[in-house]
Design a protein around this ligand. Structure first.
Ligand SMILES: *Cc1c(COP(=O)(O)O)cnc(C)c1O
Length: 356
């Protein structure tokens, strides 16, 4: 039986979207491609509430994270860390020789605006990286409030990893002054992996032109030059673009953006209530993610055994804790095109297996 994924990437992909991947190839230097590119562009701007261009990266999300720090840092970058993906962004900067520091707090806590304010007041930094929804911990950092603080620091570019949020949670790129807001498609978009998207501000493009290029593949000024012709500098993942167009059409014109965000909140509420009844929730209260719940393993069950039984008996898969939280937690993703019936079915299956 086909396994159903309640994992935080890759996520379930609807059959209608899988079918899009099987379309005959378009050549990318054609008018048809330009139309495809333009329609994706228009929808992504609506989804992100932005006038900024949204560039397409034929890579996973990590490629777009790399593009942010290689293009957008002249002086020094501050990497905020309260989970594995915050840590990854710091490692990316280090490995690319980008001057950077990390500011790490406990992983079950959210990053508060006062902390950001204090760190930026040093005047040492011209860029900041923040993971909106750290998938490793299920913490949703208070992006809107942090963005208020960022407005005090003109020189500091604001880079946001919205990988497991975009398409499931409201993100107001222009209102919140986000210079680069990035995500891969295999999370809350409910599409296969292989393409990432990122809005880029004029300020970021101006900075990137001043910085000595550190990358060819992820060169933002070059990507933007092609973007102006509704093109990409290199051959993009065209099948993923067909699927992305269809999914955006369904999100914007079918379900509706607001309804999609509301559905994610409803699924989260069901999982949170269940988790509090039978276990506990890992992150501090008030910052629980609408797309993934990281459940504290207070009953000391074997997470590996639970997942094996879910797969064998119910053809469903959840995720263990991430990295150092492997057996300490387990994670249920409620993102993409899953709905309440799916989530309630999964929870009933877990109750059956654990005898709850
Ligand atoms: C999955 C994930 C990434 C990495 O994504 P890839 O597409 O595997 O490169 C980065 N950040 C967050 C928050 C994620 O959830």
């Amino acid at each position: 039986m086909q396994e159903r994924l309640f994992t935080p990437g890759p996520t379930e992909v609807r059959a209608e979207l899988l079918n899009e991947l099987a379309r005959p190839q378009l050549h990318h230097r054609t008018e048809e491609f330009v139309q495809l590119y333009d329609s994706i562009q228009a929808y992504l701007k609506q989804l992100l509430f932005t006038e900024n261009p949204v560039l397409l990266f034929t890579s996973s999300s990590t490629g777009a994270m790399e593009a942010a720090v290689t293009n957008g840092v002249k002086k020094r970058c501050l990497n905020l860390v309260n989970g594995a993906f915050g840590e990854r962004w710091h490692e990316i900067a280090v490995m690319n020789g980008v001057p950077c520091d990390k500011l790490e707090i406990e992983w079950d806590k959210a990053i508060k605006p006062e902390l950001v304010d204090e760190a930026l007041a040093s005047g040492k930094y011209d860029a900041l990286t923040l993971v909106f929804n750290d998938t490793s911990t299920g913490v949703l950092n208070p992006l809107a409030e942090i963005s208020e603080v960022m407005k005090k620091y003109d020189e500091v570019l604001f880079f946001v990893d919205a990988v497991s949020a975009m398409g499931g949670v409201e993100i107001r790129v222009d209102e919140w002054g986000i210079d680069m807001c990035l995500a891969g498609l295999q999370k809350a978009f409910g599409l296969p992996a292989g393409l990432a998207v990122a809005s880029v501000s004029e300020r970021l493009l101006a900075r990137a032109r001043e910085v000595e290029p550190r990358s060819y593949y992820f060169n933002l000024p070059l990507m933007y030059k092609y973007h102006q012709q509704s093109q990409t500098p290199v051959t993009p993942a065209i099948p993923q673009m067909f699927a992305l167009k269809k999914q955006l059409e369904d999100i914007v014109e079918g379900e509706g953006i607001e309804k999609r965000f509301k559905r994610h909140q409803e699924m989260a509420a069901v999982v949170q209530e269940w988790a509090l009844k039978h276990f506990d929730i890992y992150p501090e209260e008030g910052y629980w993610s609408p797309t993934i719940t990281c459940i504290l393993n207070t009953r000391d069950i074997s997470v590996g055994d639970l997942n094996r039984e879910l797969v064998n008996k119910y053809a469903c898969r959840i995720a263990s804790g991430y990295g150092k939280l492997k057996e300490k937690c387990f994670r249920i993703a409620h993102m993409g095109d899953l709905n309440l019936i799916d989530i309630k079915g999964l929870l009933a299956a877990i109750e059956d297996i654990l005898g709850l």
